[in-house]
Design a binder for this molecule. Sequence first.
Ligand SMILES: [Zn+2]
Length: 446
Amino acid sequence: MEPTYALHSRRCWIDGALTEATVEVRGDKIHRVRAGRHAHQQLIELGSAVLMPGLIDAHVHVNEPGRTEWEGFDTATRAAACGGIATIVDMPLNSSPVVTNPEALRQKTEAAQGKLHVNCGFWAGYTGGPLSDLEALLDAGCLGVKVFLVHSGIDEFPNVTEADLHRAMPLIARKGSKLLAHCELAPDTAPPAPADPRSYPAYLASRPKQWENEAIRKMIRLCGQYDCPTHIVHLSSAEALPAIAEARKRGLPLTVETCPHYLYFHADAIPDGQPLYKCAPPIRERANNEALIAGIKAGAIGFLASDHSPAPPGIKELDSGNLMKAWGGIAGLQFLLPASWTALRGHLSLEEFIPLVTSRPARFIGAERSKGLIKEGFDADLAAWIPEEEEIIDESAVWHRHKASPYIGQNLAGKVEMTAVNGRVVYWEGAMREEKVGKTVFTDRI
Ligand SMILES: [Zn+2]
């Protein structure tokens, strides 16, 4: 039976404003949106909870197949559903095999079968191999192409050289796709290892802003040269913002995301010997966070993504606290909404904030005609949450495969009440209500 129900909220995000409305769902689509409160046989009353499109997290490392013990489709998409997220896009690493050819994509989509609690798209990876593989991945419906300019953390996914980019970017532009770049450039000779591998300031100094600034300058140059849509993932160095703003002003197809951990945490408060906070590029000093927030307000940074990249506690070196050895990656998928809102609520209104996790990432993944807005005919992917409600994150409420997350113990504002995916209410008042209703998302089905 097709679900037919309506949701009423006094704060429904419609046409960019929060207004009282009743949203009717039929099957997997939004059937009707009406101002005010209207009776319905099956009315879900949300009161003053904010009703908005389900979040889209365009940057998630699921790691299945091959490293499912790090994170898998079942656990990742369950956490997403509990966090108000209706769609994730999976990175081509750190699964094994990495998704750099069609056979690896086949294994990836097969592994996702029957496990998706939210929708899931896939980024292709490019590591300098045959362009025929890259073209085949785009023809198969991957939403774009991810590259690293620096060692990715796993040897199966080497970084590209500038020569590789000169070969790949014309193809990516011709296919109407986009390039996503991890922007850090390391010097040829590695700096000496710090004396104390547990020191956060030493880790921070080992990956300076300069690495990001230089890589971003390079990508801006190549973006212009090939008119190839180029996206800077997880911007941390706010020093790069003037160059980004200038390039966008010139009309270059350049987009940028940042992550809640670069806004919510800051280096001065990170204890030594605590690899939960280790990621690359690193979390920087408080003034940098403030400059990133200014970059969001100014529109240079278009949206937010979790860059959820967990690892088992042993690989995260939680016992040794060795920051130089530990896996770099923050586990935060479930907390994309509350962590972002908590960091930004003093700076942005709800109406300014909501697009950063809904309509903007929808446009970025090419889903602007089906997702990211509450609009008749759009996918019934919805989230209801209470921005004013704060809660201290308890380990028992974490649905990632591993509980280890820097958000545990944090007091976050923004409690998720309900998540609907493809018309199905998957999460409601603290519990999963329906499972495995997510779909795979490809360029021809979006
Ligand atoms: Zn990532």
